[in-house]
Design a protein around this ligand. Structure first.
Ligand code: GLA
Length: 702
């Protein structure tokens, strides 16, 4: 509901800006532009009121009254942590004896208490959801506006029918003559009716031209018929209907009503101009006289969906002015004006840059990249979709590192031998180049997501591995800061003396044995020097490294190879965890890796799957609290091992980067497990606040 409202408001706001601008431009350029052009521009704005998509030209910060719009007591009390105080303890009951104890239990109890509070508030009938109330008011307004319009139109048609008398004879023959002149196939019903005071065109499918009861001379009648027939030909009643609908949707916005008036005025003016095509001064004066003649009764059509020849309250003076003196529009002037109007329109519509931001409720959040600036880089992974406005916006605000989740994998980069496709990688690199984001390449040598032709021929395997590494390093190396050279070579074994016994088969290993690891790192090293990037960090990356057996295998391999001079700079601890991952095991692994002199560690693919929530549409309060707690414990630990200067213990400066595997829950491979810190709407989950201040979060739990 809140989302719908935000869209509607943003639509209305950006269109209002366009209305103001277009009003100014039309006034300025009235003499230089034709009404048809101006009408087109107005219709363009009306369309923008109905379609909530905007070209995103630039982004403006979203006014906070919009970003907080519709936030209800319920959403603030839904058991999540609040941005300032983390866990709001003020109204939370202490866990009772027999309830779950310990910090997880406390977190769950806290969540329950807050949820109960929200329920109580709802039961007491407090105004929990302001947005819903406003949405109801809006819907009512819309229904009333449409109903009144339809009712008036029906009454108008009925009155015309009831009191109308068909016109035959000369007037009818004149109407037919004009219709044929204009090439209109459908015949018009021609009526006179005492209930109307100005001539009008009514009906969408079976048009009727209705004349007031008084006698009108033939010369004037000709103009009136021509005018109404042209209205029909130009589908002006449909245009009115369309503009009315846009106004009805935005009935609360006075600028929408201005727009509707402008559409009516310009469609009249365009029609006048069409009537006077090729007309000399005499005819113009006669036409003006006809308008004055019908204006004296001062009436209107009594329906918003009928075209009246003359409208009460219309700007008669201006209308007559343009009739006597048609704008001297030259083609090139029109073209320039059209361009100016178009740009003028697009710019305020670009205000809807905050269209995207409106759906990114993280704008006022603390930024993780700032909070962790002196500890380690904070990253997220993604594919080309990261460049869409919402994920991109979130990435730029919260993170200072980005990992290519799939686009750099061999499967996509080199599907066929020798034919490299870097377009998608390039697009991302180009968009992130000046954004102060460290890029992480992933991955060069892996037994998965790699075409099997690479290792099918044992004699060519090494050459192919090296050729692949050479091409990727040459192309991407200048832009990236890290690269996972080798990915996942170990099984999840128990402790084994020789690391080689823990290697699983497949891919490069089957043809080159464990040597492929060394070959890959040496080639990557050779290339980083060749491209002048000796600082580019070369990583070994693996999952389940919190398991002691696997951690030891990696420890032994890395220690042994480094001792031989194989240039492995870092270990990527993937960290695909879940609700049962013991954080103490992660600590043990970090201790172990910290004992390798000179090595660095990146938490490279962090996510915490919550299996029990699978398919439930989101985490419940308890799961959110539990996930938050695990994230808090992990980040408190990561800070203890942070490589940055904020870590007071210089002997434990190990972790240079922590990367979440995806930008939000929807962009993660663990479908339905809601494993990340932003939800599918890009809103922060409890876990976000736990990550933002892990110690504070944990202190509140105890
Ligand atoms: C491993 C790989 C990643 C990714 C995940 C699943 O961790 O390193 O590239 O494929 O599996 O998404």
């Amino acid at each position: 509901m809140r989302g719908i409202f935000l869209n509607l408001l943003q639509c209305s706001l950006s269109a209002s800006a366009a209305v103001i601008l277009l009003t100014l431009l039309s006034r300025l350029l009235r003499k230089k532009t034709r009404p048809k052009l101006r009408l087109t521009c107005w219709l363009f704005v009306a369309l923008s009121l109905l379609i909530p998509f905007r070209p995103q030209i630039f982004s403006l910060p979203m006014p906070s009254f919009i970003s907080s719009f519709g936030e209800s007591a319920a959403t603030r009390l839904d058991g999540r942590l609040n941005p300032e105080g983390f866990m709001d303890q003020s109204n939370i009951a202490e866990p009772q004896p027999g309830e779950q104890s310990g910090s997880a239990g406390a977190a769950i109890a806290n969540g329950n208490a807050a949820a109960e509070q929200a329920e109580t508030a709802a039961a007491e009938g407090k105004p929990l959801d302001f947005a819903t109330v406003l949405a109801t008011v809006w819907a009512l307004g819309f229904v009333i506006a449409v109903a009144v319009c339809i009712l008036r139109h029906i009454l108008f048609l009925r009155a015309v029918k009831r009191w109308g008398r068909p016109v035959h004879g000369e007037a009818s023959a004149l109407m037919d003559e004009i219709r044929q002149e204009l090439g209109i196939k459908r015949s018009f019903r021609l009526l006179t009716s005492p209930v109307i005071s100005v001539p009008a065109l009514a009906g969408f499918f079976r048009p009727a031209v209705v004349l007031p009861g008084e006698v009108i001379g033939e010369d004037k009648l000709r103009f009136i018929f021509l005018h109404e027939a042209l209205h029909h030909k130009r589908r002006d009643n449909w245009i009115k209907l369309f503009s009315f609908l846009a106004t009805a949707v935005h009935w609360f916005n006075p600028f929408a009503h201005l727009l509707n008036r402008a559409v009516i005025t310009e469609s009249e003016a365009a029609c006048d101009l069409a009537v006077l095509r090729h007309a000399g001064a005499d005819k113009r004066f006669q036409y003006a006289e006809t308008i004055l003649f019908t204006a004296k009764s001062g009436g209107h059509a009594k329906s918003r969906l009928a075209s009246a020849f003359n409208k009460k309250g219309g700007n008669l003076q201006r209308r007559l002015g343009s009739i006597i003196e048609t704008p001297s529009s030259k083609r090139w002037v029109s073209a320039i004006c059209a361009a100016a109007l178009f740009i003028g329109l697009l710019l305020p519509m670009g205000v809807s840059g905050f269209q995207a931001q409106a759906d990114t409720p993280e704008d006022d959040l603390p930024r993780l990249k700032d909070l962790y600036e002196d500890y380690f880089l904070i990253g997220a992974s993604g594919d080309l979709g990261i460049l869409e406005s919402q994920p991109y916006h979130l990435l730029i605000r919260q993170f200072n590192s980005f990992t290519f989740e799939n686009e750099m994998k061999p499967q996509y980069i080199q599907e066929e031998e020798g034919s490299f496709r870097f377009a998608r990688v390039d697009e991302i690199m180009d968009s992130l180049r000046d954004k102060d984001i460290s890029l992480v390449g992933h991955t060069l040598a892996w037994h998965q997501q790699t075409q099997s032709w690479m290792w099918d021929d044992a004699d060519k395997a090494q050459e192919r591995l090296e050729a692949h590494i050479e091409a990727v390093m040459r192309h991407c190396g200048p832009d990236i800061a890290y690269i996972d050279v080798v990915n996942e070579v170990f099984t999840n074994s128990f402790y084994i003396e020789d690391w080689r016994d823990s290697l699983h088969g497949g891919g490069w290993f089957d043809v080159l044995g464990e040597d492929f690891i060394e070959i890959a790192f040496r080639k990557a090293d050779e290339m980083r020097r060749e491209i002048g990037r000796p600082d580019l960090k070369l990583y070994y990356n693996d999952y389940s490294l919190h398991m002691p057996g696997k951690a030891h295998a990696v420890y032994k391999m890395v220690t042994e190879l480094r001792a031989k001079g194989v240039p492995i700079d870092g270990i990527g601890l993937q960290a695909h965890f879940d609700h049962s991952t013991p954080v103490i095991s992660v600590r043990k692994t970090l201790e172990l890796f910290n004992s390798i002199p000179g090595i660095e560690v990146s938490v490279s693919e962090l996510d915490i799957g919550m299996f029990s929530s699978m398919g439930n549409g989101g985490l419940n309060t308890q799961e959110d609290a539990l996930q938050s707690k695990i994230y808090a414990e992990l980040f408190a630990l990561f800070k203890e091992y942070a490589a940055g200067p904020a870590n007071p213990d210089e002997t434990k400066r190990l972790i240079t980067r922590v990367t979440f595997w995806g930008i939000n829950d929807d962009a993660n491979w663990r479908d339905g497990q809601y494993p990340l810190i932003f939800d599918s709407e890009f809103a922060p989950k409890g876990a976000f606040y736990a990550v933002a201040d892990p110690e504070g979060f944990l202190a509140e739990l105890i």
